[in-house]
Design a binder for this molecule. Structure first.
Ligand code: EPU
Length: 335
C-alpha cells in the first residue's frame, strides 16, 4: 500500500519528524517492482533500519522501506556454513541467530543498529572485524532494468565504511539478500583492548563466540546511546585517514594521540578523540548535542529539527579543521 504525507519519525533512529511525499514497505522483489511501476518520476529513497540517515527536511519523493525477510542455510561443510539473509532482517537479530547456532564470524558486530542490507552497503565494522571478512555475495535489484544481479566480494569494492553501492553504483541498486560464510570452527577475535578488558571483568579466560558477543554488547551499551531512548545514528563522522605529517603536527602538542596504520603509508586518526579534545564531548544545546560518553555520536534528545544537528556537525568540522588541520567527513547520509 502506498501512503501519502507519511511521517518518517519511526523509520529513522535519529527520531526526526519529517514527512515523505509517498511511502511504501516491500517484503519481496515482486512488491518492490510493483511499487516502482508507480514511481511517476519521483525521486527514490530506500530505507533499511534508518540508522545511518539524518533528515534535514521533508522528502519530496517516494520512500521505499526494505522489509525482505528470511534466513536460510545454503551450504554446510565440517568447517563452515553459508547463510543467506534477507536484506530487511534486523542486523542484531541476525547476529544473535548466528551466535545461538554457533556460527562464528560476526559476533564482534553485535548490537550494530541497522539491517542486513546495510551491512555490505557501508562495510560495517567494529572491534577488529568488518563485514567484508565474512562476505560471500549479495543479490541486488537493478532499478532501471528490473533484473536481479549477483555481486561477489571483488565486485562490491569494499573499503573503510565504503562499497561500490555508495560510490559508482549509488542509487542504482536495491540490495535484496546477502550471503555470509560463517565458521563452525571458530577464530576468536578478542585482540581489541576494550574486549580484552570486558572479558576480564566477566571472568572469562577462554571465550566462546557467545562470550565475545556478550562482551561487545556490554561495551556498546556502556558507551553508545540506545536509539530507542536517545535519537542517534551511531558514529556521525568517519575516522579520518591522513598523511603522516598531519599526525606528526598533532603529536607536537599531544604525544598520545591515538592513531592506527592505514594503506599507502597513511594513518587513521580517531575522530572521537579529536572532537573530545576540542571540547565538544557532552555539549548540549537544549534538545540536541554531542553524546556525553562518545564524542563521535551526535544525539537528538527530543523533537529536534535535523537541520540543527546538521549545522552542529558543520561547526564541529570547521573547529576540528582549525584546531588540528584535519577535515572530518560525515558517515551519516544527509537528506
Ligand atoms: N576517544 C576519545 N573520546 C571519545 C571517543 C573516543 O578520546 O569521546 C578515543 C578512544 O579513547 C580511543 C579512540 O578515540 O583511543 C577510538 O575510540 P573507540 O575505540 O571507541 O572507537 P571509534 O574510533 O570512536 C569506531 C567505529 C565504531 C565502532 C568502534 C569499535 C567509526 C567511525 N566508528 O569508533 O563504529 O563501534 O570503532 O570498533 O569507525 C559506527 O560506525 O556507528 C560505530 C559506532
Amino acid at each position: 500500500m502506498i501512503q501519502e504525507h507519511f511521517n518518517l519519525r519511526p523509520y529513522n533512529t535519529f527520531g526526526i519528524e519529517v514527512f515523505a511525499k509517498r511511502f511504501a514497505a516491500f517484503s519481496s522483489i515482486e512488491e518492490l517492482s510493483h511499487f516502482l511501476q508507480h514511481r511517476d518520476g519521483d525521486e527514490l529513497l530506500f530505507l533499511g533500519g534508518g540508522s545511518n540517515v539524518l533528515f534535514t527536511q521533508n522528502f519530496d519523493g517516494f520512500v521505499l522501506r526494505n522489509e525482505i525477510h528470511g534466513i536460510e542455510k545454503v551450504e554446510e561443510t565440517d568447517d563452515h556454513v553459508l547463510i543467506k539473509a534477507g536484506a530487511g532482517e534486523v542486523w542484531h537479530d541476525f547476529v544473535l541467530y548466528c551466535v545461538e547456532n554457533d556460527f562464528g564470524g560476526i559476533e564482534n558486530l553485535s548490537l550494530i543498529p541497522g539491517s542486513v542490507g546495510a551491512s555490505p552497503m557501508q562495510n560495517i565494522g567494529a572491534y577488529g572485524v568488518e563485514i567484508k571478512d565474512v562476505f560471500v555475495s549479495l543479490e541486488a535489484y537493478h532499478i532501471e532494468s528490473g533484473e536481479v544481479h549477483t555481486f561477489d566480494k571483488d565486485a562490491c569494492e569494499f573499503g573503510y565504511r565504503e562499497s561500490v553501492f555508495k560510490r559508482k553504483l549509488k542509487n542504482q541498486y536495491v540490495i535484496v539478500s546477502v550471503t555470509y560464510r560463517l565458521s563452525k570452527k571458530h577464530t576468536i577475535n578478542s585482540s581489541y583492548g576494550a574486549i580484552e578488558n570486558e572479558l576480564k571483568v566477566m571472568g572469562v579466560d577462554f571465550p566462546t563466540i557467545k562470550d565475545i558477543s556478550k562482551a561487545v554488547i556490554a561495551i556498546r551499551s556502556s558507551k553508545l546511546p540506545n536509539p530507542a531512548e536517545i535519537g542517534n545514528a551511531g558514529s556521525f563522522f568517519k575516522n579520518p585517514v591522513v598523511e603522516k605529517e598531519v599526525l606528526e603536527n598533532i603529536q607536537l602538542n599531544y604525544e598520545n594521540v591515538p592513531n592506527y596504520p592505514a594503506p599507502n603509508g597513511k594513518v587513521k586518526l580517531a575522530a572521537g578523540w579529536l572532537i573530545d579534545q576540542a571540547g565538544w564531548k557532552g555539549k548540549t544545546f537544549d534538545t540536541y548535542g554531542v553524546h556525553k560518553l562518545q564524542a563521535l555520536v551526535l544525539v537528538n534528545y527530543s523533537d529536534t529539527e535535523g537541520s540543527k544537528i546538521f549545522d552542529l556537525s558543520t561547526e564541529i568540522i570547521q573547529d576540528i579543521y582549525q584546531k588540528f588541520g584535519v577535515e572530518l567527513e560525515r558517515e551519516v547520509n544527509i537528506y
